[in-house]
Design a protein around this ligand. Structure first.
Ligand code: S3P
Length: 442
């Protein structure tokens, strides 16, 4: 099957309602934690993407029974102690940094050898960030030059740690929190704030003793380990990272309005909404509610004419870490120069997203200045494209593919965009939803 799409016309104006698939971070955490619960947990609206499928396979590989029913998944957890499989195994994390890093923490007390591997993009990413704290727990974990494959064999005699994390990485924080579950005593982490789904699940679903003290620039989290927990059911809310492509599509499509139902709006995830509102974007949250400690709402977006540039406050960086590509695309149409600083972590994602963003925007004729940790985008409010554009060799990054597809729908031009299959990692029905709104995609 061809692995590209062709888009030769802008999307006509639309007024619709959509749902986006379940949140990826929450889906992966549910699978990992339900496997350690006592009893049978159920999840509805679990994201059925490659990253989550790799997580399910990894757990099955460890001997966890997981069943797919009509509209839910069931996991037969085996308790904190250990997994049923007593053999050395290899876990293929595919494209998923979240799975690869979190599972290292989860396996901290698994007494067999596990080798973790991944695809080309994941094999370029840094694992020292989890190896360092896990070694302090007493886990046998190693890798050559901090990259995959990572070899790990757990230890039933772990010691709690007191760790300072500086990057504001939720994956590192969560890996430590999962290791803390297997460790006697109190583990302490001091870190800049980042997405807190793990902490929310610990507190609201697992009833694990967890204490969080919030300071201006960092948090101190303390968890008491070796507390068994019972099965927990979950209805996974929609993913704001997937919604973000449709938020920007609507803002940039003349005469359009969109309601996205049932999206997770955890304050640690909605930097995109704060940023786009500062740029004049018409975005409203309605029907707000709390579900198991997570905030959820419908998002209503209206197309906006007078978009203005932003000097993005640094405290919004971790809150929008996965949304920068699509935010940068909006900046291409905003009046003035948009500036983002302190975003070097973007260079360590599924691709070097600072490099990919500047390469893409320059291809569209947008002036961009980039340094190792910043980008300035010179917006053109009257941007209309007329030429042919081939989007190829962008490291098969799913979010680059979706950003380019949105660009083709709002700026015009004749686009051929490669690596369609990359969307399977986070948002398999992205193109179906886009077509449902009226986009003509070949
Ligand atoms: C994630 C954390 C973030 C994010 C990733 C998902 C998570 O990564 O970019 O897509 O689920 O914990 P970092 O922890 O590397 O910032």
């Amino acid at each position: 099957m061809k692995n590209f799409v062709k888009i030769n016309s802008k999307i006509p104006s639309f007024k619709k309602e959509i749902n986006v698939p379940g949140d990826k971070s929450i889906s992966i955490r549910w699978v990992l934690l339900a496997s350690k619960a006592f009893g049978k947990s159920k999840a509805y609206n679990l994201l059925e993407s490659d990253d989550v499928k790799s997580t399910i396979k990894a757990m099955q590989n460890l001997g966890v029974k997981i069943k797919k029913k009509n509209n839910f998944y069931e996991i037969y957890g085996c308790g904190l102690k250990n997994y049923r499989n007593k053999k050395n195994i290899t876990i293929d994390a595919g494209n998923s940094g979240t799975l690869a890093r979190l599972i290292c923490g989860l396996l901290s007390n698994y007494n067999h050898k596990v080798k973790i591997i991944g695809d080309e993009s994941l094999s370029k990413r840094d694992f020292y960030r989890v190896i360092e704290p896990l070694k302090q727990f007493g886990v046998n974990i190693s890798s050559r030059s901090g990259k995959l494959p990572v070899n790990i064999s757990g230890n039933s005699d772990l010691r709690p740690i007191d760790f300072e994390e500086h990057k504001g990485s939720a994956q590192v924080k969560s890996s430590i929190l999962l290791a803390a579950l297997n460790t006697p005593g109190i583990t302490t982490i001091k870190c800049p704030p980042s997405r807190n789904h793990t902490e929310i699940m610990f507190k609201n679903c697992l009833k694990i003793p967890i204490k969080i003290v919030k300071k201006k620039k960092y948090e101190i989290i303390q968890v008491e380990g070796l507390k068994n927990f019972r099965k927990f059911d979950y209805k996974i809310p929609g993913d704001i990272s997937s919604a973000s492509f449709f938020i920007v599509l609507t803002l940039l499509s003349k005469g359009s309005r969109l309601k996205i139902r049932n999206v997770n709006i955890n304050p640690s995830r909605i930097g995109i909404i704060e940023i786009l509102r500062k740029m004049n974007g018409k975005i409203n949250l309605s029907n707000k509610r709390i579900y198991k400690g997570e905030q959820i709402s419908d998002i209503i977006i209206e197309s906006t004419k007078n978009l203005k540039s932003i000097n993005c406050p640094k405290n919004l960086n971790t809150k929008s870490i996965d949304e920068f590509l699509i935010i940068f695309l909006l900046c291409a149409r905003a009046k003035g120069i948009s500036r983002f600083k302190g975003i070097q972590e973007l260079r360590h994602k599924e691709s070097d997203r600072l490099k990919m963003a500047s390469k893409f925007l320059r291809m569209l004729g947008i002036k961009v200045k980039v340094s190792f940790d910043s980008i300035s985008i010179y917006g053109k409010p009257d941007l209309i494209l007329k030429k042919k554009y081939v989007v190829k060799n962008f490291m098969k990054d799913h979010r680059v593919f979706m950003m380019a597809t949105i660009a083709a729908n709002v700026f015009g031009g004749n686009f051929k965009i490669y690596d369609k299959s990359s969307i399977k990692s986070s948002f398999p029905n992205f193109l179906q939803i886009l077509k449902g709104l009226g986009s003509k995609i070949n």
